[in-house]
Design a protein around this ligand. Structure first.
Ligand SMILES: NC(=O)c1ccc[n+]([C@@H]2O[C@H](COP(=O)([O-])OP(=O)(O)OC[C@H]3O[C@@H](n4cnc5c(N)ncnc54)[C@H](O)[C@@H]3O)[C@@H](O)[C@H]2O)c1
Ligand SMILES: O=C(O)[C@H](O)COP(=O)(O)O
Length: 411
């Protein structure tokens, strides 16, 4: 096995929020042995203490890696979000510390889509209310308010990976699909784009939300948007809790304007399974409440564990940043004969020429050099043939170049 400048047995991996055991196995199979595993997220004070010691961290949607927390992460080389969303990480701050962030952009897509379709059918049949009545000893055998989903209009807000999967499954059930997205998207099947969000809200029998959490999507569905929805329509939110004004939704459910809802994500969620859940929607029979489990199937979690852990291992072993969400993406070859130096810098003029000047002054031949940039970060990987001590000297010299965020000898 290739030697790393920092022995693998010293690399500390901190895994939070009960990420799949497949992640642990992936690290172990790659030769990593210092793996600390926690079932829950950590309180901020403890998170700061633990992250200060960690080289790699794995989280899900609950752990907030703010600029303040990242300030403590002096040894951290990469972050893995074992989920799709990365809004819980201050991506700019991570990049500013030279830390790439990886996620699993598709591994739980299908799980969310299946849940949404199931909820659409159950809500159109008023099953949540009937289920609750039966549990209380009631019996209300009636077709009133119950409909097939066939031929109904499904409005998808955010026609990305999940939105398109939901659309395809819905069409297989005979639904008519319309969507709204800020980007121009290829319409799959017979789906049709809506002229605007308002038009979608006014036409759809069921509205389902699949946007990321951004400043534009925060509270995008409030009282005004809900009022535009058809009387007796249904709202499903399995995106992020901040997308919907939950008090406005509760009021519309109470008034009967919205006939039913399914909500998987909340503006404030419990830290772990032992903490209490509260919401204005609690106690409403026409609402399906789920504890942020849209992506929580064993298949999805298993795949996510392997996918994200593999990305962290690849970066740690080889320097590859392919599919990083906040970093220039470099897919790097193996170089068995060379040493590999990494230089992460602010993308300002003159850094690459200073790096090359340094190698030229030191009379060092470069076996391979890879440069990738994004608007803020430059990432240079340099393969050279030389003894370990010499590589360490060059790394120290690289670190003095103005604009440097981080310089490392990878192996
Ligand atoms: N409930 C869960 O367990 C669960 C699981 C997975 C993902 N999610 C959430 O679902 C979100 C969507 O996932 P995805 O994989 O489909 O993401 P994606 O990036 O593939 O798709 C998001 C789509 O939303 C669009 N969009 C962005 N801003 C918009 C706006 N203001 N108005 C309309 N459209 C907008 C984008 O252009 C994109 O097409 C994730 O960001 C995550 O927050 C939740
Ligand atoms: O972003 C995601 O993939 C979902 O919100 C799931 O997050 P989780 O891993 O915390 O369940």
């Amino acid at each position: 096995m290739k030697r790393t400048s920092f022995p693998k047995q010293d690399i500390r991996v901190l895994l939070l929020e009960g990420v799949s055991r497949s992640a642990v196995e992936t690290f172990q199979n790659a030769g990593y042995s210092q793996i600390e595993f926690h079932e829950k997220s950590l309180p901020e004070d403890e998170l700061k203490r633990r992250i200060a010691e960690a080289h790699l961290i794995g989280i899900r949607s609950r752990t907030q890696l703010t600029a303040d927390v990242l300030e403590q992460a002096k040894r951290l080389i990469a972050i893995g979000c074992f989920c799709i969303g990365t809004n819980q990480v201050d991506l700019a701050s991570a990049a500013g510390h030279g830390i790439p962030v990886f996620n699993a952009p598709y591994s739980n897509t299908r799980s969310v889509a299946e849940l949404v379709i199931a909820e659409a059918i159950l809500l159109m049949r008023r099953i949540p209310e009937k289920n609750a009545q039966c549990h209380r000893g009631g019996w209300s055998k009636s077709a009133l308010g119950s409909y097939e989903v066939r031929d109904k209009v499904l409005g998808i807000v955010g026609y990305g990976h999940i939105g398109t999967q939901v659309g395809l499954l819905a069409e297989a059930l005979g639904m008519r699909v319309i969507y709204h997205d800020v980007e121009t998207k290829l319409a799959l099947g017979n789906a049709r784009p809506s002229a605007s969000l308002n038009e979608l809200l006014e036409r759809a029998d069921i509205v389902t939300l699949h946007v990321p959490e951004t400043t534009q999507t925060k509270w995008m569905i409030g009282a005004e948007q809900i009022a535009r929805m058809r009387a007796g329509s249904i709202l499903i939110n399995a995106s992020r809790g901040t997308v919907v004004d939950i008090d406005a939704l509760a009021a519309a459910l109470r008034s009967g304007h919205i006939a039913g809802a399914a909500v998987d994500v909340f503006p404030v969620e419990p830290k772990g399974n032992d903490d209490a859940f509260t919401s204005p929607l609690v106690g409403m029979d026409n609402v399906i409440l789920t504890p942020h489990v849209g992506g929580s199937t064993l298949e999805a979690q298993d795949n996510i564990g392997i996918e994200v852990a593999s990305k962290l291992v690849r970066y740690s072993d080889n320097g590859s940043t392919l599919s990083a969400v906040n970093f220039p993406e470099a897919s790097l070859p193996e170089h068995s004969q060379s040493r590999r130096l990494l230089h992460i810098h602010r993308n300002v003029p003159g850094v690459l020429s200073r790096i090359n000047d340094l190698f030229s002054r030191e009379n060092v031949n470069i076996d391979g050099q890879y440069l990738q940039t994004n608007p803020t970060i430059g990432y240079v990987v340099i393969d050279v043939s030389m003894p370990e001590e010499r590589a360490a000297e060059l790394k120290d010299a690289l670190a003095t170049i103005p604009g440097t965020l981080r310089a490392r000898v990878l192996y």
